[in-house]
Design a protein around this ligand. Structure first.
Ligand code: AVJ
Length: 315
C-alpha cells in the first residue's frame, strides 16, 4: 500500500531551496524564484523595453508564420503553454488556431496564471481553458483531458534557455513522455554581440536590476531575512564558454545576513548567481531537441537572425 506523501507546500520548497542555495560553495538561486507577483510584473515591464529585443522579435516571427503553425495537427486539439507568458503571443496563436478546443497554460505563479486564464476565457468563450499551477521544471504527472486530443505545445520566450543544457533536454524529454504524439513551437534566442546582450539584461532604466533585486526583497518578505538591498548590486555577465548571459547579485562589502534564522556570510565581491539565459545556435539547439526525443521540423527567424522559433515533432 503506497504511503501518501502530502505535497511539500511551495513556501517550504522556497525556504529549503533558498537556504541550500545560499549555503552552497558557489551561492546560486534558481531563476524560477524570480517570478512572484512583483517579479512577474517587472518581467512584463522588461518585455516592453527597447533593449530587450527577444519579446518583440519573437512576436514578429509568430505573426509572420502563424498561418503555417495553424496547419500543425495539434491545433485541432489542445494547446499546452509552458508558462502563462505574455498574452500577446498566446493571443496571436489562439486567434490563428480556430479549430482549437482546449487551452492549457502551466505556470508556477498561480496568481499570474489565474489572471491570464481569465483573460483568455473572456476573449475565447468557446475554448475550454484549463490552467495548471505547477512547476514544469519538475516531471509533470499525466495532464487532464489530453490523452484523447492531438496536442501542440507552445514554449515561448526562450525560457528553454534558462535551463542548463542537460536540464533542457530532460525537460523536453519529460514533455514528450506525457504528450508523445505532440508537436512543439518553441522560441530560442541566439548568440550575438556581447554588448547587445548585456544591454538587454542590464537595461539603462534599471528594470532588470529591479527584477533581479526583487529576489532579495522576496526573501526578506517571505523568510524574514534582513538583506540590505543597497549593499547588493545587479550584474549581467556574458559567459562565452557556456554561450549564456548570467545574472548575479554582487555583495558590495563583507556582510552577514540572517535568513530564516540561519546566518549567511558574504564577502565583498562575492555573488549570488540568479539566472542563466543560454543563447543557442541552430546546431546546438537541434542537439538538445534530439537528445530530448524531438525532431526539428522547421525553423523560422527574423531577418537579422536575432531569434528563432522552432517547430518540433515528438519522435
Ligand atoms: C523569458 C525567462 C527567458 O531569460 O531572457 C529577462 C527572463 N531575465 N531579463 C530571459 C529575463 C532577464 C527571460 N525569459
Amino acid at each position: 500500500m503506497t504511503k501518501h506523501v502530502p505535497p511539500v507546500s511551495p513556501d517550504k520548497t522556497f525556504r529549503t531551496e533558498i537556504l541550500s542555495g545560499l549555503t552552497a560553495g558557489r551561492k546560486t538561486i534558481s531563476s524560477k524564484w524570480l517570478y512572484d507577483d512583483v517579479g512577474s510584473h517587472l518581467f512584463e515591464a522588461i518585455t516592453e523595453l527597447d533593449a530587450y529585443y527577444p519579446t518583440r522579435t519573437e512576436l514578429a516571427i509568430l505573426e509572420q508564420n502563424r498561418r503555417k503553425y495553424a496547419r500543425l495537427p495539434g491545433t485541432r486539439g489542445a494547446m499546452v503553454e509552458l508558462g502563462s507568458g505574455s498574452s500577446r503571443k498566446t493571443d496571436l496563436l489562439l486567434g490563428a488556431f480556430s479549430d482549437l478546443s482546449v487551452y492549457m497554460p502551466i505556470d508556477i505563479s498561480a496568481n499570474h496564471l489565474k489572471t491570464a486564464a481569465e483573460k483568455v476565457r473572456r476573449a475565447y468563450p468557446s475554448l475550454a481553458v484549463i490552467p495548471v499551477a505547477a512547476d514544469f521544471t519538475q516531471p509533470l504527472g499525466q495532464l487532464p483531458l489530453l490523452p484523447e486530443l492531438p496536442v501542440v505545445v507552445f514554449f515561448p520566450g526562450s525560457t528553454i534557455g534558462n535551463f542548463e543544457k542537460a536540464e533542457a533536454a530532460q525537460l523536453l524529454g519529460n514533455i514528450r513522455k506525457i504528450m508523445p504524439e505532440s508537436t512543439m513551437i518553441v522560441g530560442v534566442d541566439r548568440p550575438k554581440a556581447e554588448e547587445v546582450l548585456i544591454e538587454a539584461y542590464d537595461d539603462p532604466a534599471g528594470i532588470t536590476a529591479a527584477f533581479n533585486q526583487n529576489l532579495l526583497q522576496r526573501i526578506n518578505r517571505e523568510l524574514g531575512a534582513d538583506f540590505d538591498l543597497a549593499s547588493f548590486t545587479h550584474r549581467a555577465v556574458w559567459n562565452g564558454l557556456e554561450s549564456r548571459v548570467e545574472m548575479h547579485l554582487e555583495s558590495l562589502r563583507d556582510q552577514s545576513v540572517s535568513v530564516a534564522g540561519t546566518r549567511i556570510d558574504f564577502a565583498a565581491g562575492e555573488t549570488v548567481h540568479t539566472e542563466n539565459s543560454h543563447k543557442y545556435s541552430e546546431e546546438a539547439f537541434t542537439g538538445i531537441a534530439n537528445e530530448g526525443g524531438w525532431r526539428v521540423l522547421d525553423r523560422d527567424s527574423d531577418k537579422d537572425g536575432l531569434f528563432s522559433v522552432y517547430t518540433l515533432q515528438a519522435v
